[in-house]
Design a protein around this ligand. Structure first.
Ligand SMILES: Nc1ncnc2c1ncn2[C@@H]1O[C@H](COP(=O)(O)OP(=O)(O)O)[C@@H](O)[C@H]1O
Ligand SMILES: [Mg+2]
Length: 249
């Protein structure tokens, strides 16, 4: 098992924000996590990535209990698990070129041939190598997100966690980036955890989906089944909200 989350619990200011979340998935699998804003998706992701500490439950990643890991051993986990966030421009140092930033994990881990690797990584995400010389504010949101994906791939992670990674992009670019993520996951055997409030983009990207509401998992299943035959009222509510927003656009 690549990742096993068991009874995860998080309390913020006396309020239970995650209440016994459990799920697991295998190497190379792609899982979507959906739920309306505030249901606890980002908190779950931050716990898995060990950016914040859990108040209960456990996280096993790649055969190791990482729930309370610290120091050098946690650093080794960070290398195998990479994250992509909503606003790519904020993820980069504005004073550094994109090429510098994409190569940063390689330099940090004293890897050889950084320049050639950066070129390879840019090509892998469909960016022209000239883009290495540009600064984050000099490229489009989609290009910047591709660069963030390139950087995340640098250390050949086993798991890529995307938290609303395409939510700030327009619909066409969103489809291009999800297409890229799927291809990279398939070709490189990288497991993908894709968090979104938008169920509609999941069928082309993931096989399985987990629906959250109010800090709990309310439904899990094959993505097609969940969309066609939602079992939970919260899933139906999410689907209805999407039809409405599509009509409004
Ligand atoms: N650092 C924090 N301190 C206090 N409350 C927080 C903190 N982070 C998140 N929350 C609260 O936890 C709940 C879940 O937030 P979040 O995980 O960001 O939801 P989602 O990503 O699904 O929109 C929200 O009610 C949010 O206000
Ligand atoms: Mg969030």
């Amino acid at each position: 098992m690549m990742l096993k989350v068991d009874g995860l619990r998080k309390i913020f200011d006396g309020r239970v924000v995650l209440d016994g979340v459990s799920f697991e998935f295998d190497a190379g699998e792609r899982l979507g996590i959906v739920g309306r804003s505030g249901c606890g998706k980002s908190t779950l992701v931050k716990l898995i990535a060990r950016l914040i500490d859990a108040d209960g439950g456990s996280i096993t990643f790649d055969g190791e209990d990482i729930t309370r890991l610290t120091g050098v051993r946690l650093r080794a986990v960070y290398r195998k698990m990479q994250m992509i966030f909503q606003n790519p421009e904020e993820a980069f140092n504005p004073r550094r070129t994109l090429g510098w930033s994409v190569g940063e994990p390689l330099r940090r881990w004293s890897m050889p041939n950084v320049e050639a690797r950066v070129e390879e990584l840019l090509k892998a995400v469909g960016l022209p190598v000239e883009l290495a010389k540009r600064y984050p504010h000099e490229v489009s949101g989609g290009q910047c997100q591709r660069a963030a994906i390139a950087r995340a791939l640098a250390l050949e992670p086993k798991l890529l966690i995307c938290d609303e990674a395409t939510s700030a992009l327009d619909v066409k670019v969103q489809a291009q980036v999800t297409g890229l993520l799927r291809r990279l996951s398939v070709e490189r055997g990288i497991a993908l955890l894709f968090i979104t409030h938008n169920l509609a983009i999941l069928p082309t990207l993931v096989e399985r989906v987990m629906v959250m509401h109010d800090g709990r998992v309310v439904e899990t299943g094959a993505v097609e089944d969940v969309i066609k035959r939602p079992q939970s009222e919260w899933t139906r509510e999410l689907l209805a909200a999407e039809i409405f927003s599509t009509e409004a656009n």
